[in-house]
Design a binder for this molecule. Structure first.
Ligand SMILES: [Zn+2]
Length: 476
């Protein structure tokens, strides 16, 4: 007997889109069947007529319960999983990947354990962590990489830049290129993948110094500090290093045409290089910084130009970019808008709740993205690249019953009440066609029409192992 059957929906499966019925037993999908062929005695039947059924979203880039570095004189942290994953659940995202930061003097395993203890019982959706390697790490920390991969943590994040300005003094995130190469040397043969924030440190830091010298401190100059050229230099340097080390690379928050082009060239050469962009970068450009709430859409590196937005959409709709993420960084509106200069604006924003809906409305409705491609960039590709597939990211027998139902008939202008995290959304005022209306996590309905039905004990840690094919060539 099945526990749940959903009928009549337009279902996005690995075999294509069709009117399938989906049968769930326990926490998993038991069967995807022709309409009307499943037994009718399931405990719950959901009629999804007129709706689109997509794999539950996989958000590959979130910073919850994370130290905020923008205002070192007033230390604070972003909202934790108990707050932010409410929004993910309501917005159709069923798995997120956060970060465990390994800094000089710390080891990988204890840092992961600290994060795991923070999440346990506090997440409405499933979760995992990338391991972030930062600062002048002792070389012996790199010896722990193969063990971490074996334990289910196969992705390693590095920053090629400190990101933030030299004034005031802050703890740096940057890993030097020698150490990045050393990490690749350890990560690649053990079955792992590099996750790279690519910006040229020399250019970024020089630009901060120069703009201070020239008195151009207004935050509306952020895209002239975190430049297109800086992304080009760092992406190219990283690809060259990765080629030498036979390492697979995933570039987070690609913001510029130059980044998309570099990823495309590497992939055309057969290299296992993947690119992520953010819905903020695709939908806004630097002109927006000049508006009263413009910095709500600021995430490092920076918003860029209309030609970059076009390239990002091309990469998302057709090929070249693999994922649509958010770089989730939830704070209050007051904290988000604290600071107006290039040295003190707050980076990051709250966006994970809007991601599935914005991706649908802007991608599928406005730009003719296929539904298959929509599922790829919001769920399937992240699941494949980070070793969650086919447990996550697929509507197929044996996969977790993680589903996002989208009602394509919803037409609305988003207001604060559409959201469930903190006191603002950068998407307030944005008009959408289509919006997520129900979310299932491992067979349980955790949200329905903006009502949260799940509990913070629903989310579980998911072990990851990356398919070797993903690490050898561009697999998605
Ligand atoms: Zn980030």
């Amino acid at each position: 007997m099945l526990d749940l059957v959903n009928r009549n929906g337009q279902v996005i499966t690995p075999q294509g889109v069709g009117l399938w019925d989906v049968g769930v037993r326990g926490e998993q999908i038991a069967v995807v069947a022709a309409p009307g062929t499943l037994p009718t005695d399931a405990a719950r039947v959901i009629d999804a007529a007129g709706q689109i059924v997509s794999p539950g979203g996989v958000e590959p880039h979130a910073h919850l319960a994370h130290g905020i570095m923008s205002h070192p004189e007033q230390p604070s942290i972003t909202l934790g999983p108990e707050d932010d994953t409410r929004g993910m659940a309501c917005g159709g995202t069923t798995t997120h990947i956060d970060f465990a930061y390994v800094r000089p003097g710390t080891d990988i395993q204890p840092v992961i354990e600290q994060r795991a203890a923070r999440w346990k019982g506090n997440s409405y959706v499933d979760y995992a962590y990338h391991v972030t390697l930062c600062g002048t790490l002792d070389l012996k920390a790199f010896e722990q990489i193969p063990e971490a991969i074996k334990a289910g943590y196969p992705s390693f994040k590095v920053f090629t830049t400190n990101v933030l300005p030299p004034h005031p003094k802050r703890q740096g995130n940057r890993l030097d290129f020698g150490r990045i190469g050393f990490a690749m040397e350890k990560v690649a043969p053990a079955g792992g993948l590099m996750v790279v924030h690519g910006e040229d440190e020399d250019l970024v830091q020089f630009n901060y110094e120069r703009f201070r010298h020239e008195g151009r401190m207004d935050g509306t100059n952020l895209h002239l500090v975190h430049t297109k050229l800086s992304e080009l230099l760092a992406f190219r340097r990283t690809v060259t290093l990765a080629r030498a080390m036979s390492a697979a690379v995933y570039f987070v928050h690609t913001s510029a045409k130059e980044g998309v082009d570099t990823i495309g060239e590497a992939r055309a050469d057969g290299l296992p290089v993947y690119g992520e962009t953010l819905h903020q970068y695709a939908c806004f450009n630097a002109e927006y910084y000049k508006t009263p709430r413009g910095f709500c859409s600021h995430t490092y590196p920076s918003l860029k130009f209309p030609e970059d937005q076009e390239a990002l959409w091309r990469g998302l709709v057709h090929d070249g970019l693999a994922t649509l993420a958010t770089d989730e960084y939830p704070t209050s509106l007051e904290l988000k808008l604290r600071g107006r200069t290039i040295e003190d604006v707050t980076g990051g924003n709250v966006g994970a709740e809007a991601r599935m809906g914005i991706g649908y409305s802007e991608g599928v409705v406005k730009r003719k993205m296929t539904l298959e491609r929509y599922a790829d960039i919001t769920a399937t590709n992240a699941a494949k690249i980070f070793g969650l597939y086919p447990r996550k990211g697929a509507i197929a027998a044996g996969s977790d019953a993680d589903l996002c139902f989208i009602d394509p008939n919803v037409r609305k202008t988003l207001v604060k009440d559409d959201f469930h995290v903190t006191d603002y959304s950068p998407w307030e005022g944005w008009a959408v066609s289509g919006w997520p209306v129900m979310t299932l996590l491992r067979g349980k309905v955790i949200a329905e029409r903006g009502r949260l039905l799940g509990s913070p004990s629903d989310g579980q840690w998911v072990s990851r192992r990356i398919d070797p094919g993903v690490l050898r060539r561009p697999a998605c």
